[in-house]
Design a protein around this ligand. Structure first.
Ligand code: CAA
Length: 260
């Protein structure tokens, strides 16, 4: 697929997808979402890609939401199709067997907050702004905001943001656990890449099992979730990386992982 609305590059096992419609503050129309789905699917399938970073071009926005101009006059059926495309894309990112980080470099409103919520971690620039303002224009979040936000920050704060439609800055987002780390705007990408590099060097199967256990255990009853964790942990003993990791520890040297 040829990309018109995103930039996609891979460097040393780290894929960076940049939303690239700065004049519309990187608002997501259906074409952009389809490109994200395509690029993220490539990341999922390519064993050489270890980590995915999502960010926005320009210095003002990550993603200012779903494209309001495109949505203004759509029908219920078209709305459902657009929401399904978003959900398919974001669930795929959320469950892909490798970590993803949203590097939030400005406005992340509506669908922008929702895209970041589907990533495993959110690193924000000090000027980042989060919120679910859909209610202010007569709809509600449609790409997972009503589900992922309460799971991350709790029901009360999620309801404040979704029912009230207000915006919060990076510091507040950090305080409520929506954001993992906050950096000065100029160092956001550098710091995000530094962390991504650390993740990229880890034993890939263990990373995959950790994410799997968290994702699929979260909504289970504790006994079932613990059982899932035991199985996932046990599977790690099938890998060469586990042998190497423990051997290197005993021999007091740095491990060399091969992803096998
Ligand atoms: N859709 C389409 N265009 C958008 C957009 C959006 N979500 N957000 C910004 N733009 C466009 C503006 O229309 C404007 O275009 P023009 O220059 O052609 O007029 C350009 O981007 C710059 O925006 P502003 O002039 O508004 O910039 P600002 O600095 O004054 O304000 C802002 C910035 C607070 C982010 C404001 O643009 C804004 O409120 N945007 C909309 C945010 C929003 O409501 N997002 C939720 C969308 S619904 C959704 O996401 C549904 C879902 O859950 C899937």
């Amino acid at each position: 697929m040829e990309y018109k609305n995103i930039l996609f590059k891979v460097d040393e096992g780290i894929a960076i997808i940049t939303f690239n419609r700065p004049k519309a503050l990187n608002a997501m129309n259906s074409e952009t979402m389809a490109e994200l789905l395509d690029a993220a699917t490539l990341c999922k399938k390519d064993d050489n890609i270890k980590v995915l970073i999502l960010t926005g071009s320009g210095d003002k926005a990550f993603v200012a939401g779903a494209d309001i101009a495109q949505m203004q006059n759509i029908t219920v059926a078209e709305g459902l199709k657009f929401m399904e495309l978003g959900h398919e894309t974001l669930r795929m990112i959320e469950t892909m067997p490798k970590p993803s980080i949203a590097a939030v470099n400005g406005f992340a409103l509506g669908g922008g907050t929702e895209i970041s919520l589907a990533c495993d971690m959110r690193f924000a620039a000090e000027n980042a702004v989060f919120g679910q303002p859909e209610i202010l224009i007569g709809i509600i979040p449609g790409w997972g905001g009503t589900q992922r936000l309460p799971r991350l920050v709790g029901m009360g704060i999620a309801k404040e943001l979704i029912l009230g439609g207000g915006q919060i800055n990076a510091q507040r987002a950090y305080e409520i656990g929506l954001v993992n780390k906050v950096f000065p705007p100029a160092s956001l990408m550098e710091e995000t890449k530094k962390f991504a590099k650390k993740l990229a060097f880890l034993p890939a199967f263990a990373v995959k099992m950790a994410k799997y256990s968290i994702n699929y255990g979260y909504d289970l009853a504790l006994d079932n979730a613990n059982r899932l964790e035991m199985e996932c942990c046990a599977q790690c003993f099938s890998t060469q990386d586990q042998k190497e990791g423990m051997k290197a520890f005993i021999e007091k040297r740095k491990p060399t992982y091969t992803g096998k």
